[in-house]
Write a protein that binds this ligand. Structure first.
Ligand code: HEC
Ligand code: HEC
Length: 505
């Protein structure tokens, strides 16, 4: 049984996957503008600063922001839409509804977590994980009677003959915002990906042997009480035995090939990941061999090809290193590296892409201080922020050197490129090359984000502009030293205005 459980803990780690998008030659060869050099034609800065996109709620087909979770899920409206789409109804309404369904429930046939394991953890460890893993930042599914949260869906792929649940877009890109509303496209900065992983692995091992030396002492101490009280309940060892047997006998080859043991140091790294951040390329799946920490990005106001052209951007600059040209490529990458067992065509992915393009940063519900916003906009332009934040939603129109931003360069090595920029681990199938650069992300919707910068090391704009001290972090990949623009140059009053401006983008 011990062996079977070792295998389980290996396989649970195979779910979290992400697209490896493609990089453009043009971006690579472009020299970043220096923040000091004047922009052409900025005499009238006030009119050039990014502004909120106008939302016309009356023309909206899907309801994507609301305090009522059931209204946002609108299951009745979207159920069956993909069937209609497959049957030839390619109208906009059907496409968006089908895309929304895919966003929440499509597994893409990717590998996931054995469903029995999720059930076991909920049955015996619910006090720790919370109902439907809500203590880990998942949103419970009000339309379901089981304890599987939104963002985990039964995969069309199996592990041997075992049912598995895969991560859908909704696990990381949907959630409850600080103002209480639920929003699609919201980066789930409450999601405790690292602790979910690390504690799942540790709990399975400690269930068998509470003194297991392969578990880091810090995790062991933190989980000891949880393990002891589960072990004292009657039927626990039998439940554990059944789970092990089930997976060992029915898991098939996939179970043995995914075997993994996190070293104590690796366990600690996962444990110390802040919520809303992750290394999505680590063993036993596509492992780039480097420890990088990525914060979940929001999916609001993604620029379409028209906007990209209008803004003179090289392409979509998707992901933190700006390697991704278009959403469609990104989606193909996601399906491919997540271990999918099926092929997906552009036509099949189009509803999801169209739906994501339709998502907009929610507007703030509180009173806007228009004077402060205008003053802040002016300061934003005059202080040089606009040099790197002049795209359609306040994003950069090109990529930047890590040195130029003064940030930790750990992310530079993501996908572990060789000297020529060729990506490791078979991730270069499409001839993609590393950018070795960092993008300046879209600022729209900033007021709803509780993690800032690529590694999620900061909590708010006050820390970014050094109105509040910046926190100490555990590893270089999580350092909070970067992007000190404005910290020393702006007065306190100016900083407060800039914050007001950014908060209303
Ligand atoms: C396990 C969490 C997770 C899941 C599941 C996930 N993402 Fe992401 N997503 C992330 C993280 C983290 C990033 C930032 C990665 C980076 O650039 O290093 C990201 C970035 C993105 C970006 C780039 C946005 C930008 O502004 O550059 C897009 C687009 C995206 N995800 C779409 C999707 C879609 C569509 C799905 C479902 C098919 C999905 N993601 C599933 C975590 C996730
Ligand atoms: C040289 C280019 C450059 C300049 C100048 C610049 N930024 Fe940035 N900005 C970036 C980059 C690149 C990032 C991403 C850095 C990272 O993730 O580590 C960023 C990140 C941010 C973020 C965080 C966004 C997020 O989602 O994490 C905010 C807010 C921001 N900048 C505001 C400003 C303000 C305000 C100024 C002027 C005082 C400014 N920036 C000046 C390039 C720049």
């Amino acid at each position: 049984m011990k062996h079977a459980l070792m295998i389980i803990v290996g396989v649970v780690a195979t779910f979290g996957c992400h697209p490896i998008p493609v990089q453009s030659e043009r971006t690579q060869n472009r020299t970043p503008r220096s923040p000091q050099s004047p922009l052409p034609g900025t005499d009238d800065d006030r009119h050039d600063v990014p502004r909120p996109w106008t939302n016309d709620p009356s023309s909206a087909i899907t309801r994507d922001v609301d305090e009522n979770l059931l209204s946002v899920l609108e299951l009745e409206a979207i159920r069956g839409a993909c069937q209609d789409y497959r049957n030839g109804d390619h109208s906009k309404a059907t496409r968006l509804r089908c895309g929304k369904w895919m966003f929440f429930y499509e597994s893409f046939g990717t590998v996931g977590i054995p469903s029995h394991l999720l059930e076991f953890l909920q049955h015996w460890y619910q006090p720790y994980f919370g109902p439907s893993f809500s203590s880990m930042g998942f949103v419970p599914n009000p339309n379901s009677n089981d304890s599987i949260p939104l963002g985990l869906a039964e995969s069309t792929q199996r592990m041997g003959s075992i049912k598995v649940h895969a991560f859908t877009c909704a696990s990381c890109h949907f959630g409850q915002m600080p103002d209480g509303r639920y929003a699609v496209g919201y980066p789930n900065h409450q999601l405790d990906y690292g602790r979910f992983f690390a504690s799942m692995i540790a709990l399975m091992k400690l269930s068998i042997n509470p003194n297991d030396n392969s578990i880091h002492p810090l995790l062991k101490a933190a989980l000891d009480e949880t393990v002891q009280s589960a072990r004292q309940r009657s039927g626990f060892m039998m439940g554990l035995g059944r789970l092990g047997l089930n997976i060992a006998t029915r898991g098939g080859d996939a179970m043995t090939s995914g075997a993994l043991d996190l070293t104590p140091e690796e366990q600690l790294r996962f444990w110390h990941l802040r919520t809303g951040t992750m290394d999505f390329l680590t063993k036993p799946m596509a492992d780039d061999g480097v420890w990088t920490v990525s914060r979940i990005l929001s999916l609001w106001n993604l620029p379409t090809s028209d906007r990209i052209e209008e803004a003179d951007m090289p392409h979509g600059l998707l992901s933190w290193t700006g390697i991704g040209k278009s959403l469609m490529e990104f989606l193909h990458g996601f399906v491919a590296i997540s271990g999918s067992n099926s092929e997906w065509t552009d036509e099949q992915l189009k509803p999801l892409a169209d739906y994501i393009y339709s998502l907009r940063a929610p507007t703030a519900t509180d009173q806007v201080n228009h004077d402060a916003v205008e003053r802040g906009a002016q300061t934003f332009a005059q202080a040089g922020c606009l040099e790197c934040h002049d795209g359609p939603s306040g994003e950069g129109r090109e990529l930047y050197d890590f040195e130029q931003i003064g940030t930790d360069p750990a992310m530079k090595t993501i996908y572990n490129p060789d000297e020529d920029g060729q990506l490791c681990c078979g991730l270069d199938a499409a001839g993609d090359h590393a950018t070795w650069s960092i993008k300046s992300p879209r600022l729209a919707g900033q007021r709803f984000r509780t993690r800032l910068l690529h590694n999620g090391s900061l909590d708010n704009l006050e820390q970014l502009l050094c109105l509040e001290p910046r926190p100490e972090r555990h590893s270089e990949a999580q350092s909070a030293i970067g992007h000190r623009f404005g910290c020393d140059e702006l007065t306190e009053a100016e900083k407060i205005d800039v914050i007001e401006y950014i908060n209303h983008l």
